[in-house]
Design a protein around this ligand. Structure first.
Ligand SMILES: Nc1ncnc2c1ncn2[C@@H]1O[C@H](COP(=O)(O)OP(=O)(O)OP(=O)(O)O)[C@@H](O)[C@H]1O
Ligand SMILES: Nc1nc2c(c(=O)[nH]1)N=C(CO)CN2
Length: 175
């Protein structure tokens, strides 16, 4: 599996933890998707439309034989499977899956923009992404992640909820 991708997951409808872990199980049940790393889970203040529940957010790293468009389609299918309803823009969702980075590719089509155009301004994406890959470069951006993160103003809205390592071990592929 030759392509490396980072995917952001978010949920703010109960059961948020089940929604996130189910999505990871769905994604990794695909024969051409392998989970190689994952962040802690963070509880985050809603951004954009603020009158809604707190989110759980995390980022996973995968290797995949799918191309970017095929991966998007499988992400959308996973969202549908988990019962997402699209009502309010930036509003509540069972599960939201965003492809952040796909190799070092720049993709701009009607259905898919990679790197994700709003990722660098979102602490709920940048904090978990920097946890697993602090030196990562984002195509088209001149600074590595850890420096970009320093400049974000609202990091206090992103708090560890379930730590990847330590006593509260989080295992996303546990049943
Ligand atoms: N990098 C990407 N990852 C996921 N979806 C993308 C990406 N680029 C474009 N899209 C398109 O965005 C659509 C999903 O939009 P959606 O309603 O989930 O936006 P949102 O999650 O509410 O907002 P945001 O895109 O700001 O996170 C998908 O149907 C897909 O075609
Ligand atoms: N904290 C947080 N806020 C959001 C999120 C999210 O995942 N986490 N997703 C949004 C739409 O993609 C809009 N706002």
């Amino acid at each position: 599996m030759e392509n490396r991708a980072f995917i952001a997951l978010g949920s703010n409808i109960e059961n948020r933890y089940d929604n996130i872990t189910s999505a990871i199980k769905w994604l990794t049940s695909h024969p051409n998707i392998e989970l190689v790393n994952y962040s802690s889970i963070y509880e985050t203040d809603p951004v954009g439309y603020e009158d809604q529940n707190l989110f759980l957010n995390m980022v996973i790293e995968i290797m995949t034989g799918l191309n970017a468009m095929e991966l998007l389609e499988f992400c959308l299918k996973t969202e549908l499977e988990l019962g997402r309803k699209r009502e309010v823009r930036w509003g509540p969702r069972t599960i939201d899956l965003d492809i952040l980075i796909f190799n070092q590719e720049n993709i701009e089509t009607e259905k898919l923009t990679v790197p994700h155009p709003r990722m660098v301004e979102r602490s709920f994406v940048m904090v978990p992404l920097a946890e697993i890959t602090p030196e990562q470069r984002i195509p088209g951006v001149d600074k590595p992640l850890n420096l970009l993160l320093n400049e974000l103003p609202d990091k206090e809205g992103v708090r560890i909820w379930k730590r990847k390592n330590g006593e509260d071990v989080f295992e996303p592929i546990e049943s």
